[in-house]
Design a protein around this ligand. Structure first.
Ligand code: GDP
Ligand code: MG
Length: 301
């Protein structure tokens, strides 16, 4: 009776290879947050794409980080590993322009999994000499038996039709797990927090590495359909708070304005956004603080 098919697809790769960009293009909507700075995706974001009888459930793993001891990075590694359990297919993304120790680490993690993995060579638009691509692919393929090799440019939407066709062939039969119109299982609160965090990183990346966490304190719609969103930004030190607020509040205002515009687009509604900044010393090193912020939720089965 049912010819429905449904598959869980993990998008895996070190920070900055283009996972969020790929996911955004595959979903056709801005759900997972991208940035030129690594580590902007701290939580696992689930995106769902339904094409008729086919449903793809994408798992966008947080960055995998090698040899870092802070609790926050351990939680991220754990989340990335657990994202690979029970998936139907792994897309291993690498950046043709740059192969690192972290790529090696991710590849070793994939080698431990039993499901098929495809090598997705991203950013092929940056390759100057196309003849270097084949030896690169052959080198990797001689070390691991990839189910397929797919060169793409996530940013320029190149090779993505072929990628989707490949995914279609690998989605097993089964009922859809999400309603057709559902594009994410993450709440709007989560999206709102990610948008604020993205603006902080975009505007202050160098000065404020990733010491800021965002908590949505309230999220409510009034009777005129306006969304009132209050976000608390937690930083580690007083100096960071000063930078974030800026001279006479200019910086915070600009972060707020640009986050609000994105929220209005994402939620298709007018948004009133209020931002606060609070110093909470040492939060990123404190596993309990992670729990409070909901960042470790993915660690346990
Ligand atoms: P993630 O950390 O793996 O999620 O990577 P992002 O999706 O955030 O991308 C990191 C950076 O690489 C961003 O500046 C993207 O615009 C850029 N990027 C992603 N895909 C491509 C691509 O195909 N070509 C080029 N030139 N840049 C890309
Ligand atoms: Mg990302």
């Amino acid at each position: 009776m049912t010819d429905k098919r449904c598959g869980v697809i993990a998008i895996v790769g070190r920070p900055n290879v283009g996972k969020s960009t790929l996911l955004n293009h595959l979903l056709g909507q801005k759900l997972s947050i991208t940035s030129r700075k690594p580590q902007t995706t701290r939580n696992q974001v689930l995106g769902v794409r339904t094409d008729g009888h086919l449903q793809f459930i994408f798992v966008d793993t947080p960055g995998l980080h090698l040899g870092q001891s802070k609790a926050i990075n351990q939680a991220m590694n754990k989340a990335a590993s657990s994202a690979l359990n029970g998936v139907d297919l792994i897309l291993f993304l690498c950046d043709r322009a740059k192969w690192t120790e972290e790529d090696e680490f991710v590849m070793s993690l994939i080698a431990q999994q039993s499901c098929p993995a495809a090598l997705v060579v991203n950013k092929v638009d940056l390759i100057q000499d196309q003849s270097t691509l084949l030896p690169f692919i052959e080198g990797l393929s001689s070390r691991f038996e990839f189910d397929a090799v797919l060169p793409v440019s996530a940013l320029r939407s190149r090779g993505l039709d072929e990628l989707v066709k490949y995914l279609e062939r690998h989605v097993p039969e089964g009922p859809h797990l999400f309603p057709e119109d559902q594009i994410t299982d993450r709440s709007q609160r989560f999206l709102a927090a990610e948008l604020v965090r993205e603006k902080i990183i975009r505007q202050l990346g160098d000065e404020l590495p990733y010491a800021a966490a965002v908590e949505i304190e309230s999220f409510a719609e009034d009777d005129r359909g306006v969304l009132h969103i209050h976000a608390l930004i937690l930083v580690e030190r007083d100096g960071q708070k000063k930078i974030l607020i800026g001279e006479s509040g200019d910086r915070l205002k600009s972060i707020g304005t640009s986050a609000r515009k994105d929220m209005e687009r994402a939620f298709d509604s007018k948004v009133m956004l209020k931002l606060w900044v609070k110093v909470k010393s040492g939060w990123s090193d404190d596993a309990r603080a992670l729990k409070t912020l909901g960042l470790d939720a993915l660690g346990d089965e």
